[in-house]
Structures are given as C-alpha cells and as structure tokens.
Design a protein around this ligand. Structure first.
Ligand code: PGA
Length: 259
C-alpha cells in the first residue's frame, strides 16, 4: 500500500484579477515568507502575467519554491483555435501546473467531464501537473446527489488516464456552493467527501493522489481543514489575492503530517 503524501500543497487561484503592478507588490510581500519544507506553494495568476511573475521571482528567495501555473489550457498542442493557449505554451511561459475543470469553466464555458479529462491528459503530455477540479452545485447537494456528481467527474478522468498518468495529477474538491460565497464546507463535511474521492482514486491508481479542498478557504478556517486526514492542501481563490492572508494560510499548512 502506498504511503500517504506527507506534503501539503497550497495553491492560489487569482481567477481574472490582478495586474503586473499588483503582482510585483505581491511577490515582494511574499518574499519574506517562511516556507516549511513540507509545503508546496503554487500560484495561478491570469496566464497573461505568467512570464511577468517568473521574471519577478528571479533571484528572489521564493524562486523555485513558488511554482506557477495557468488556470486553463486547450487540449490540442497547437492549431487554429483563436484566443486559446496550449500546454507547451504554458511551459514556455514558466508554468509547471495547470487547473482543469474549474467549476467556473464548467459553468460558464460549458466544459464537459470528457473535455476536462482530455485537458488533464494534454497537460500531462506537455509536462504540466494538472489540478483536476470537481465539485457539486448547491442544488445537487440539496438533491442528495453530491457524491454521485463528484464520482462521475472523477471517473471521467480515471477512465481516460492509465495508472502511471494518474500518479501525476492532483484533484481539488471544490463544492460550487462554497466558492466565493464565504460559505465554507465544514472541515468534517469536506473530509467526508474527500474520503469518498480518496477511495475512488485508490481503486484507480496505486500512487497516492494529492487531494486539495477549495471553497472560501481563509486563514481562519485553514488549520481545521488541513488537520483532516484526507485533505492534502487547499486551492484558495479570493483569499489568495491578499499576500498577508495567503501567507497565513500557508503558515497553517505547516502542521504535523506524520498522522
Ligand atoms: P474562493 O475560490 O476561495 O474564492 O471560494 C476557490 C476557487 O474557486 O478555486
């Protein structure tokens, strides 16, 4: 049986916020961050700022420790897809991670489970680590279908990727009703769904796949979430825009992981 991952991953998703000036102030503010060895830090700024972020980090204490990623990618390497960006392009800009299937893309761009799985595969092919986002809407939870929806979303990815490929992904559980609403799933609620996803992933892959929680994570609730046995980190939206707040969440991730 594979060992549990001892590492925590704290990732910031800026969504469509920010500017190069804001990024510059942010990198400076984060510069003094004490980062424990067992914590990985990833930032997903708008892709337009990836290269700028890489340059700002050069020679700074966080260079090599703050990894960068894009918020989406196109499943093809290149082609006549105006306005899109591919995995190899993200690599070229300094990204090593990418979000796929964020609920805002599923909702506003109508991304299907199948497309999300193709994007995860394309990310791996390009040498990027995909964070596959899954999560139920409020209506689905109220209808008692939360587990079914999340299982279906996860299954689309496990069906497409073989064991070796699956070992390279990260999954983020983000209940849609908790995103940007200030309404976090309680640590117990999140843990309960994480345990279900964990079992499903274990049936599909021998390696332990890191499982992040997302949805109104902030400094005040992060420690409680990180203390759960099946929560390996957080995908932070709104609270990641504030360097101090994000740093406090990162500090909360440095918990005893010998569990
Ligand atoms: P939030 O967003 O932290 O603002 O709720 C999380 C996300 O959408 O990744």
């Amino acid at each position: 049986m594979a060992q549990r991952t001892p590492r925590k991953i704290v990732a910031g998703n800026w969504k469509m916020h920010g500017s190069s000036a804001m990024l510059s102030a942010y990198v400076e503010a984060l510069g003094s961050l004490e980062l424990a060895d067992n914590v990985s830090l990833v930032l997903f700024p708008p892709v337009a700022f990836l290269d700028c972020c890489r340059r700002l980090l050069a020679g700074q204490p966080l260079e090599g420790r703050l990894e960068l990623g894009a918020q989406d990618l196109h499943p093809e390497r290149e082609g006549a897809f105006t306005g899109e960006i591919s995995g190899p392009m993200i690599r070229d800009l300094g990204g090593s991670w990418v979000l796929v299937g964020h609920s805002e893309r599923r909702q506003y761009q109508g991304e299907s489970d199948e497309l999300v799985a193709r994007k995860a595969e394309a990310a791996l092919t390009a040498g990027l680590k995909p964070v596959v986002c899954v999560g139920e809407t409020e209506a689905e939870r109220d209808a008692g279908a939360a587990e079914e929806v999340v299982s279906r979303q996860v299954a689309a990815v496990t069906a497409r990727l073989d064991d070796r490929a699956l070992a390279g992904i990260v999954v983020a559980y983000e209940p849609v009703w908790a995103i940007g609403t200030g309404r976090t799933a309680s640590a117990e609620q999140a843990q309960a769904t994480h345990a279900v996803i964990r079992e499903q992933l274990r049936r599909a892959c021998d390696a332990e796949i890191p499982l992040l929680y997302g949805g109104s994570v902030k400094s005040g609730n992060a420690a409680g979430l990180f203390a759960q046995p099946d929560i390996d980190g957080a995908l932070v939206g709104g609270a990641s825009l504030d360097a101090q707040e994000f740093a406090a969440i990162v500090a909360a991730a440095d918990v005893d992981t010998t569990r």
